[in-house]
Design a protein around this ligand. Sequence first.
Ligand SMILES: O=C(O)c1ccc(O)c(O)c1
Ligand SMILES: [Mg+2]
Length: 630
Amino acid sequence: MKTSIATVSLSGNLADKLNATAAAGFNAVEIFENDFLASDLGAREVGQMVRDAGLEISLFQPFRDFEGLPEPQRAKAFDRAKHKFETMNELGTDLILICSTVSPLALGGIDRAADDLRELGEIARAAGVRVGYEALAWGRFVSDHRDAWEIVRRADHPNVGLILDSFHTLARGIDPSSIRSIPKDKIFIVQMADAPKLNLDLLSWSRHYRNMPGQGDLPVADFMAAVEATGYDGYYSLEIFNDQFRAGSARQTAVDGRRSLFFLMDRLKAEGRAMNGPSESEPLPAPAKTTGVSFIEFATDGASAGALSALLVSIGFRHAGRHRSKDVDLYTQGALRVVVNKETEGLAHSAYVVHGTNVCALGLRMADAAAALKRAEGLLAAPFRQPVGPGERELAAIRGVGGSLLYLVAEEAALERQWEVDFDLEPGWNVHAGAGLGVVDHVAQTVRYEDMLSWTLFYHSIFDLKVMPPLEVPDPGGLVLSQVLENAEGSLRVVLNGSQSVRTLSARFVTQFVGPGVQHVAFRTDDILRTVETLHASGVDLLPIPQNYYDDLDAKFDLAPDLLGAMRRFGILYDRDDSGEYFQIYLTALNGGFFIEIVERRGYAGLGAANAAIRLATQSRFAPEGMPTR
Ligand SMILES: O=C(O)c1ccc(O)c(O)c1
Ligand SMILES: [Mg+2]
């Protein structure tokens, strides 16, 4: 697959955009005219800069309001086009995009447009360039690729072809299978974009809310499958008008873009819907089948480790062993494995220096870690290796949120004897029931708002995680966008939170305290009342929940008085739906804002969204020192 991206999709100046495009490994770039006009380099120099970056120019665009004009505007439009053809020769590209006219002066008629394009095709031929015609979804006379194709067909000129853009076709609900019968040689380039379903006029929707294929709600896979059915082997070029991307990191957006194209193409290959030409690689291993969190690793130092281990012990963990060669301790409870790393070098230490005490790594358990690593690398994740001592296990790892690590732990490696290899363990280290916490229920990572789509794509493309409908949760300081990703069994749930407001707890965690990373971990118990009583006895500070909440629960659900009484006393939150019942408690946050949640599920599949606003309001009242509430 040949990949390309339009400069309009990326932030920064032209040099930033080209560097980001090249670094992400694209073959080519579409030069948006404004990016060229705003550059202080001439066309030849820009062309040279593109080639020096190892890229080609797939397209120069857009050229507006060309077809169907009466004289004298018609002659003027042809003159304008001739001038652009000269610029194209200097840039070193042979393809220009003409988008369907929105001019109030233009006259309709398929043949009139076809005649104009044929005449332009002759001029283009003389200039050694080609023109591609695209139907804008809001075009005045032409707003459907089928009409654009009919015009191109009637123009019947080798230098005139069609440009397809998934947004314009899919946003209007046009069936993409109409593409299948278009001869591939007449498709000059294919532009790819997705978008979330919104009730907005087509133009505003397109100019502000496009996103990478797979990040939105349009059937982009069906569109691409239809293009593949023609045998098309030209560029797939991302053209993403998005306000967040324009403000975000060009490098990140470019990587996301290429990842999204690979992800989509890989899905088509797996479904037998891709062309699979001779130069195409094999499909990647299937999305990694996960089975849960194997371990959690904290980075800390000698001075801060005391508070962390006291917290762990207070909720039922016990110190289970010391690493044989590193300043690393293991804490266990049920099947939970928590690693506390106080090393003074290596990644954990850098993570501590930059972020303070924080979760620097997560071990994800999966059926086939080697295949997962191959898939992750194929989807442009950054692999990570660090030195291991003699005889110690080496786990595959990739970089995740905030530079933290995701260890890809094969089921066999998650078995207990592996801990015995690396650690000097206490007798009975793995049979400690503690306060009844057994497994990790979910892990919540707070990220910058503008990175929400990026991390969603990261998890969704590499692992077998479904993207649940995003939620907006009110915090007293603003809204928090919350995105859950989970596997079919519910054994791995990752929550991504991000907030545009600067005053929410999430935003302050990212900007003032830890930075992007794990803000909370939820452990699961089979008996919330027993767990909460154990915690109470060991003096754990639980987040007190307002009594109003319980009055409301009482009115809403028919709860046994004893149970409701215990919930009131300890601050247990509750939810019930068709799937079952859910109980949650929160510990007050550590300095820096990291906190622990404990849940019990009785069949329940959700994450207690109905309680999130109460919890956030209470947390912001009880924000620890170092986390000012204003
Ligand atoms: O929004 C526009 O005007 C515009 C311009 C060029 C394109 O290729 C496109 O898809 C949209
Ligand atoms: Mg387009």
